[in-house]
Design a protein around this ligand. Structure first.
Ligand SMILES: *Cc1c(COP(=O)(O)O)cnc(C)c1O
Length: 231
């Protein structure tokens, strides 16, 4: 079942790439595995997937030893500073959810301690100005990038957003366009140490317009593993 879902997702990503004149290799599919059991992760692995995303450190900690070592774990959820050490020690390859200088400083410190020199982080942007969402507002993004850029051990690789929940994917196209423009605008400022290239945007409900608007990472959970049940 997971492999059938993956096939269907893959076809839609490919079609979106074709429409946008993009190479399929320019978009990374991140399988969002939160709350899902190891057997389903293993199915995705067996179908060739290697990029997995979790929103809680604890889930990376217990799942990582259960899967082959070549899985790349991404931290995509809101992160408290007291959990950063665990994220780095457990080998997460990227943190997608940086929205404060305070958090970035802690990541920087832990990376320096671990001997890492350019650990990739993404700045989470609340593009639709939703009260319930984490992330820096678009207007405040450049200032935060300028503050974080000089910190040692880390590198701002790009921007991330979770667009509003919608039944109509097309309604989120404006937000994906806005995030891409924000990345382009900030890159044009030629801030020292800042040349962003990742756009982590698009989930099960809206990844097609996200890819058409330039997503380099789509984060898909439900569309691969089915509905999540929280106990
Ligand atoms: C859960 C989650 C996703 C995946 O959502 P789906 O709608 O299940 O695809 C993507 N990004 C983040 C940050 C998440 O927490």
């Amino acid at each position: 079942m997971v492999s059938d879902n993956l096939k269907a997702v893959e076809e839609r990503i490919q079609a979106a790439c074709d429409r946008a004149g993009r190479e399929r290799s320019s978009v990374k599919l991140l399988c969002v595995t939160k709350t899902k059991p190891i057997n389903l992760l293993q199915e995705a692995y067996d179908a060739g997937q290697r990029e997995f995303g979790e929103n809680k450190v604890q889930e990376i900690v217990w799942k990582r030893p259960e899967l082959p070592a070549d899985v790349h774990w991404h931290m995509i959820g809101h992160l408290q500073t007291n959990k950063v050490k665990q994220v780095i020690e457990n080998g997460a390859v990227m943190i997608h959810s940086v929205d404060s200088l305070h958090l970035a400083k802690e990541i920087s410190k832990r990376c320096v301690n671990a001997g890492l020199t350019d650990y990739p982080i993404l700045i989470e942007v609340n593009v639709a100005n939703e009260e319930s969402k984490f992330g820096v507002l678009p207007d405040a993004c450049e200032a935060l990038v300028r503050e974080i850029a000089p910190l040692p051990g880390i590198r701002i690789a790009g921007l991330m957003t979770s667009a509003p929940y919608t039944e109509v994917p097309e309604t989120n196209r404006q937000y994906f366009r806005q995030l891409r423009q924000l990345l382009v605008d900030i890159n044009h400022k030629k801030i020292d140490n800042v040349q962003m290239y990742e756009l982590s945007m698009g989930m099960t409900g809206d990844f097609v317009p996200a890819v058409e608007e330039g997503a380099t990472i789509v984060r898909i959970g439900t569309g691969i593993f089915g509905e999540r049940h929280y106990s």
